[in-house]
Write a protein of this length. Structure first.
Lengths: 499, 83, 285
């Protein structure tokens, strides 16, 4: 069976609420043990763990573009020329470029991840990965692991600080990254768990990764480059178009009655998203509103809002900057959460309690389907991350984007790749108007006297094309290189080889 | 050989170079070529036609310019060449 | 009637393409200071073809040409005078230049069979122009005056400050002349785009001298300007009460009455009316 035929045998997406009809599948957690074995080198780890052809190895991406751990493992695989491995990192960054070689040599032949950009994405887009790329969501990955659909032989968990009992914590050490949310499922469900650290201490006061699940601790010189892990500061955009979008978004949120006591929200870390947060903050202060929580990847911006008393707590799956890491260490209202608790549809996830979420889009179509996985040429450049999870969970999901980027209209007749289904997207805010998903009659009703520039998405589409001209449609691609898995595991779209 | 330039390679702009040739020739390089190649070509052709020009080579390096920008840059380049 | 005017550099396609989204009452497409002298032709053509494909812009279209003391202005006018523009902004305005500009515009309007009469916004930015301002406002087509404090300060050899004591006289003179002829008195831009508080204070200063609009050099300044140059909610509420009471008393044949213990007579009613006209025009009521 070739890849195209195989993909057609996988269950297809048929609705964002279909998961409710399927019972949660849970396999047993891994065996616990009161002892851990300390390893001195990667070769020793490979020998001890008997890493061999066909195994599944997992990693997390909390060290982002500063990660050394996945690369160290990859180098050892290259040396030993182990074949046909299944890699399951929660994300892949440009720094993981060595993986390209492993793909070309067929050392790695299947990949599961939630987000990827850089050379590895290019290599996969060139059709070089022997089997499939499975693009999951942040909530879908833990679901896939706990259900046994993604069994992991060995989890290599980069951990900034580890104690002598094998307990781990992410907020301290040279490679401090804060919350280790995406590593929890790997810790609990992998057959074998190795914590890789460069900071071994006698005893940790605060533990995030429980040593009872840990089989080995590998101590190395350095697990990551601090400069690539967290950015110094996250900044609000100064771009006037981005700010205009942000102001209108905040106004809309206010008019929808979402600025109220107990409110909860999430935004991305991009400049426009932070500008929305800044504008919402002003409304909260003006109205004297106190929110319950802000969640997601946490930035200093939300840390400051929480400190100013605007939210009871922060629910943090991943720290985006140094300010967030510091707060994670010291602020008792700054709580870590696992990827599963964040977005797993079966884990009563935090996303289900969000009042609203601000999200981006590479493309959106007339049915409100969103693409954040590929560009308009079909080239892989991202992935859902928490997009589909939050869009489904939040009461109101809002896409903010420029209507036109470099002459390309962002609204399409059909998106190149569906990552988040239109049924989960409620609002699109652009600099030239706001479109409400017609399915949300309740929102339209609330906005009926609004002075905001409300338009239908078809009107915005026509407006964009009247400015740019009608773009040619590209020839369709035929050779499947991967699939986009919705959070319940069903296939919502395919990824193709591009020429 | 007479040649002239107008525009820039800033985003949403384009750099147009014109030079004398025996017949019209258009060379397009664009960041949105896959989507707008024919539209860019049409603007250039119709502009040359409007000005009854049939002996220039037009080279455009496009960074996502809209039609009116392409036309303006082309006209300026031609004016600068003395057309 | 304007609250805000936004300068957009004439040779910048990226900014041009979003000129209409920021809510400026008027956009000034600049062929003068924002365009290098080697790129004047490029900018003229760009603005020309931009406007040719945008005949339905939601705001007043103003083009700042180069001064009549330069060699550029004739080509500027040749390139941009059409039904697609509303207004010419004239830098370094003098009475003699305004007269000459009127002649050229009259000729071009006739030759090109324009369906509208183009207005002129002179910039008062020379000491001599401040002295002439009472004549400037009487020139044909003049529809308002922009005070240009940067060039004026240089002409006066004084340091430009955020507080603006150095332009008190010019602000008063421009506001007085404009108000005398019911024209817009447009205040000089606040040049520090990263100082929103300074912008607020500067707007307050301008308003206190009688300026009724302000130029912006960055789109991010527009929301503040548009808000501050609208009558406050308190004033609007007061004006609405005056309007209502005036109508009620008028029905009884009473022309002067008292409201909250204060006498309401014709000048007060007119002031209330002006507030309401403005508030209604800009959607504040």
């Amino acid at each position: 069976m070739n890849k195209n035929e195989f993909v057609n045998t996988l269950p297809k997406f048929s609705g964002a609420n279909e998961y409710k009809k399927v019972e949660r599948k849970l396999v047993n957690k891994k065996a616990t043990s009161s002892t851990v074995k300390f390893l001195k080198s990667m070769p020793e780890a490979f020998d001890e763990l008997k890493i061999s052809d066909g195994m599944t190895l997992s990693f997390h991406h909390h060290l982002r573009n500063g990660d050394y751990v996945q690369n160290m493992v990859s180098e050892e695989i290259l040396k030993r020329d182990i074949k046909d491995l299944h890699y399951a990192p929660s994300s892949i960054f440009p720094t993981n470029e060595i993986l390209c070689k492993l793909i070309e040599n067929e050392n790695v032949t299947t990949i599961d991840t939630n987000y990827l950009n850089g050379p590895v994405a290019v290599t996969i887009g060139e059709g070089k990965l022997k089997n499939l790329l499975y693009l999951n969501t942040h909530g879908g990955r833990p679901r896939k692991i706990e259900s046994g659909e993604l069994p992991i032989d060995v989890a290599f968990i980069a951990c900034p600080t580890v104690d002598k009992n094998g307990n781990g914590y992410g907020g301290k050490g040279n490679a401090a990254c804060g919350s280790l949310g995406y590593a929890h499922s790997d810790l609990e469900y992998a057959k074998k768990v190795v914590l890789v650290t460069d900071n071994l201490v006698d005893k940790l006061d605060r533990v995030e990764l429980d040593g009872k699940y840990v089989d080995y601790v590998l101590v190395v010189d350095s697990i990551g480059d601090a400069n690539g892990i967290v950015s110094g500061t996250t900044k609000i955009t100064r771009d006037p178009v981005g700010l205009k979008i942000a102001r209108n978004t905040a106004k809309l949120i206010d008019e929808l009655g979402l600025v109220k006591d107990g409110m909860s929200m999430q935004t991305g870390a991009g400049g426009t998203s932070l500008a929305v947060a800044a504008c919402v903050k002003d409304y909260m202060i003006k109205k004297g509103v106190k929110g319950s929580f802000a969640s997601g990847g946490i930035t200093s911006y939300f840390v400051d809002m929480q400190k100013a008393g605007l939210f009871d707590e922060l629910k943090d799956v991943q720290c985006f900057d140094i300010g967030a890491v510091e707060s994670y260490n010291t602020n008792p209202s700054h709580h870590g959460m696992s990827g599963s608790k964040y977005g797993n549809p079966y884990d009563d996830p935090v996303v289900d309690y969000l009042d609203f979420v601000i999200l981006g889009a590479t493309e959106i179509d007339k049915d409100f389907n969103v693409n954040v996985a590929t560009d308009s040429y079909g080239k892989i450049m991202g992935g859902s991350g928490g997009h589909s999870d939050t869009a489904h969970g939040a009461k109101v999901s809002i896409i903010t984007t420029n209507l036109i980027k470099s002459r390309l209209p962002i609204i399409k007749e059909h998106v190149t790749t569906i990552t988040t289904p239109g049924e989960d997207i409620d609002v699109l805010v652009t600099e030239r108007g706001i479109a409400i998903n017609p399915k949300r009659v309740d929102l339209l009703e609330k906005l009926k006297d609004s002075k905001l520039p409300l338009k239908t998405i078809d009107e915005l589409y026509d407006l964009a094309l009247s400015i740019t001209g009608v773009p040619n449609t590209l020839p369709t691609h035929n050779d499947v290189v991967g699939v986009v898995q919705y959070r319940d595991g069903t296939i919502i779209d395919k990824l193709y080889k591009i020429y | 050989m007479k040649t002239a330039q107008a525009g820039s390679v800033e985003s949403n702009d384009c750099l147009v170079t014109v030079s004398e040739a025996s017949a019209n020739e258009i060379v397009i390089s664009s960041i949105v070529d896959a989507f707008f190649h024919s539209q860019i070509e049409n603007v250039i052709k119709s502009t040359l036609e409007e000005l009854s020009i049939n002996n220039v080579k037009v080279e455009i390096m496009d960074k996502g310019a809209l039609d009116y920008t392409i036309k303006a840059r082309l006209v300026t380049a031609l004016e600068r060449m003395g057309k | 009637m304007r609250r805000s005017t936004l300068f957009i550099p004439g040779n910048n396609p990226a900014m041009l393409q979003n000129a209409d989204v920021f809510g400026a009452d008027a956009v000034i497409f600049d062929l003068e200071d924002a365009v290098n002298i080697t790129e004047k032709d490029n900018a003229r053509n760009l603005i020309h073809y931009y406007l040719a494909t945008h005949s339905n812009l939601p705001m007043e279209v103003v083009v700042r040409i180069n001064g009549l003391d330069t060699t550029f202005y004739q080509k500027d006018l040749e390139a941009i005078v059409s039904d697609n523009i509303d207004t010419i902004m004239l830098p370094k305005a003098r009475v003699e230049y305004l007269v000459k500009l009127d002649e050229i515009l009259t000729r071009l309007e006739k030759e090109r069979k324009l369906t509208k009469k183009i207005k002129v916004l002179p910039i008062v930015e020379l000491a001599i122009s401040v002295l002439e301002v009472n004549e400037v406002v009487k020139c044909p087509r003049v529809d308002g005056v922009l005070l240009g404090a940067e060039d004026l300060s240089s002409d006066m050899e004084v340091t430009r400050t955020k507080e603006g004591k150095e332009i008190q006289y010019a602000r008063s003179a421009v506001a007085m002349a404009c108000k005398a002829y019911q024209l817009d008195a447009i205040d000089t831009p606040f040049t520090d785009v990263n100082d929103p508080e300074g912008l607020c204070k500067d707007c307050g200063n301008a308003i206190s001298y009688g300026m009724n609009a302000k130029a912006a050099i960055h789109p991010n300044q527009l929301d503040t300007i548009n808000e501050l140059f609208l009558p406050t909610e308190k004033l609007i509420t007061w004006a609405l009460r005056v309007e209502k009471a005036t109508a009620e008393y008028a029905a009884k044949g009473i022309g002067v009455f008292s409201l909250d213990g204060k006498m309401i007579d014709k000048p007060v009613m007119e002031r209330a009316n002006k507030i309401l006209v403005k508030a209604r025009k800009f959607g504040a009521i």
